[in-house]
Design a protein around this ligand. Structure first.
Ligand code: F0G
Length: 463
C-alpha cells in the first residue's frame, strides 16, 4: 500500500463535472473566523478552500448514480426504488427488514427511543457523537468499551477499533440483559481515528452477547472500509472479496443503523435494518410519524435509487484501494515530517494528536480547536476537533469538567472529491503550522448549548 504519491493506486475514475473553489485572502479568513466565533462549523463553505470537515454527505456521485436519480419513482407508496434498495441491503446484510431514514441519526433516534428505558446502558466500542447524544436524549447511559490499544496513538495495533471483550463480558454479567437492551459495534470506529474492528473481535463480541442474551447491532456507516481493512490485516480473509467479508460482518449482528452519507456514496440518506419482526414493526410505526411512509422514510425515490447504486460501487475494490490509499499517503507524509498523528492511518480520515502538537495548550483550552482554527487561518482548510470541545463532560458527582483521553483534529476525506495535489497542499500546510506551533494559542467558550455543543458553540482566544 502507498507511502508516497507514486505508490498511490491509480484513480479508478475520471472527472466529468467540476466545481469552482478558491482560497480566500488571509484578511478574509481572519474576518470569517472571528465572525464564526472560532468555530469552523459556523463558517460559510465559500470561505473554505479545502473542506475536510467531514466525509459525510460530501461524496461525489458517479455518472451511474446521477443516472439512477433519473430513475426516481416518486410514488408515495411502493416506489420501485425502495425495492431495489431493499434488495441491495439484503444482499449485503441478509437482514429481513429495511427501513429507510433520511440519515443515520434518525435511524439511531428511532432505535434508541424504542428500546431504551431510563437508566439503561448501551455498550459500544466507541459511540459517535450523535449516537451518544441519542442514547442520552432517551435517558440511557452510553458506555464506551474500546480496547486498550485504541487509546494509544502510537500503537500500530491493526484493529484499534476493537471492543474490550473482557470488560464487555464483566459489564453484561454485572448489569444483565434487563439493563442492556443491545450492544453496538461501530465500524470503522470513527471517534478514535477511523480504526477498523477485527472480524475475530466481532465474533467474540457476538459470543458474549449470546451468552448474556443481549442482541448485537452494528453502527455500519463505514462497513466497506472496515471490510477492506479486515482483508488487508486479518490473514484468514486475504483471499476473500470485500463484499464477502462485509456479508460475514453483518452476519454476526441482528441489525444495524446506517448513514448512507458515508459508505453509500450519497449526499443524503440512511436506513435501519434488522431481523426482529416486532422491533421493525415498532420502528415503522414511529417512522411514519416522524420520517415518512415505510417505502420512502424521509427520502425521495431518486435518493433511494442513488443509495442502492452507491452500495454497489462502494464495494469496488479499486475504489477502496484508492480511497484508503489517499489517507495513507497523507499519513506517510506526516510521519516523515515527525508530526504527531494517529497510527496506523484510519479508513476515512487523518487524525492529528493535538495534545502532542501543542502541548502548551491545556485540555481546558481546547488544543484541538486551537489547532484546527489556526490551520484554517493558515491555509483555508476546514478540519474538525474531536476532543474536549466535542466530548468534555461534567463529573456526575462533582460537576467538575472531565476531559476525554484523546484530543484530536480530524481531516476527513470526502469520497472521490479531492485530487492528490489538493491533499498534498493540506499536508504541506500542516507541516508549515507545525513549524510555528509555539505561536498557537488556546481558546475559551463564550457561549454553548448543553448538548452537542461543538456544532454551535462560540469561542475566543484566551487572553
Ligand atoms: N455513526 C457514525 C460512526 C458516524 O460517523 C455518523 C456521522 C453517524 C453515526 C450519524 O450519521 O450524520 O447520517 O446522521 N458522522 C459524520 C462525521 C457526521 O462527520 O463523522 P448521520
Amino acid at each position: 500500500m502507498p507511502n508516497t504519491i507514486s505508490d498511490l493506486p491509480l484513480e479508478p475514475f475520471k472527472i466529468k463535472v467540476v466545481e469552482r473553489i478558491s482560497l480566500p485572502p488571509r484578511e478574509v479568513r481572519e474576518r470569517e473566523l472571528e465572525a464564526a466565533g472560532f468555530n469552523l462549523f459556523n463558517l460559510r463553505s465559500e470561505a473554505v478552500y479545502i473542506d475536510l470537515l467531514t466525509d459525510s454527505g460530501t461524496s461525489a456521485m458517479s455518472d451511474e448514480q446521477w443516472a439512477a436519480m433519473m430513475r426516481g419513482d416518486e410514488s408515495y407508496a411502493g416506489s420501485r426504488n425502495y425495492y431495489r434498495l431493499e434488495a441491495r441491503v439484503q444482499e449485503i446484510t441478509s437482514y429481513a427488514h429495511v427501513i429507510p431514514t433520511h440519515q443515520g441519526r434518525s435511524a439511531e433516534s428511532l432505535l434508541f427511543s424504542t428500546v431504551l428505558k431510563p437508566g439503561m446502558y448501551v455498550p459500544n466500542n466507541m459511540h459517535f457523537d450523535t449516537t451518544r447524544a441519542n442514547v442520552e436524549a432517551n435517558n440511557g447511559n452510553a458506555v464506551d468499551m474500546l480496547c486498550r490499544e485504541g487509546f494509544d496513538m502510537d500503537s500500530d495495533f491493526p484493529f484499534k477499533g476493537n471492543m474490550d471483550v473482557e470488560r464487555l463480558d464483566a459489564f453484561l454479567a454485572e448489569h444483565g440483559r434487563e439493563a442492556v437492551p443491545l450492544v453496538m459495534i461501530t465500524v470503522t470506529c470513527n471517534s478514535n481515528g477511523g480504526q477498523p474492528v477485527a472480524m475475530a473481535n466481532v465474533r467474540e463480541v457476538r459470543k458474549i452477547c449470546d451468552a448474556h442474551g443481549v442482541p448485537l447491532f452494528l453502527d455500519a456507516c463505514r462497513f466497506a472500509e472496515n471490510s477492506f481493512l479486515v482483508r488487508e490485516r486479518e490473514e484468514e480473509f486475504a483471499d476473500r472479496s470485500v463484499k464477502e467479508i462485509a456479508q460475514e460482518l453483518f452476519s454476526y449482528a441482528v441489525g444495524c443503523t446506517f448513514s448512507g452519507k458515508k459508505d453509500a456514496l450519497v449526499n443524503m440518506g440512511g436506513f435501519f435494518a434488522c431481523n426482529d419482526d416486532e422491533l421493525a414493526r415498532l420502528l415503522t410505526e414511529k417512522l411514519i410519524l416522524v420520517e415518512g411512509f415505510p417505502t420512502y422514510g424521509g427520502l425521495s425515490g431518486r435518493d433511494l435509487e442513488a443509495m442502492a447504486q452507491g452500495l454497489e460501487e462502494v464495494l469496488h475494490e479499486d475504489y477502496l484501494a484508492f480511497r484508503i490509499g489517499q489517507v495513507r499517503m497523507m499519513a506517510a507524509a506526516l510521519e516523515e515530517a515527525s508530526i504527531p498523528h494517529i497510527k496506523p492511518a484510519g479508513g476515512h480520515a487523518l487524525y492529528l494528536d493535538a495534545k502532542a502538537f501543542c502541548p502548551h495548550i491545556p485540555p481546558a483550552q481546547f488544543p484541538g480547536q486551537a489547532l484546527s482554527t489556526a490551520l484554517y487561518l493558515e491555509a483555508g482548510i476546514r478540519s474538525v476537533e474531536i476532543g474536549s470541545l466535542m466530548f468534555e463532560q461534567g463529573d456526575a458527582d462533582t460537576g467538575e469538567a472531565m476531559h476525554p483521553e484523546l484530543e484530536m483534529v480530524r481531516f476527513a476525506i470526502p469520497r472521490r472529491v479531492y485530487t492528490t495535489r489538493h491533499l498534498q497542499y493540506v499536508v504541506d500546510a500542516i507541516i508549515r503550522l507545525y513549524e510555528k506551533r509555539d505561536s498557537l494559542c488556546g481558546l475559551e467558550i463564550v457561549s454553548a448549548p448543553p448538548r452537542l455543543r461543538h456544532f454551535t458553540a462560540r469561542l475566543r482566544p484566551v487572553q
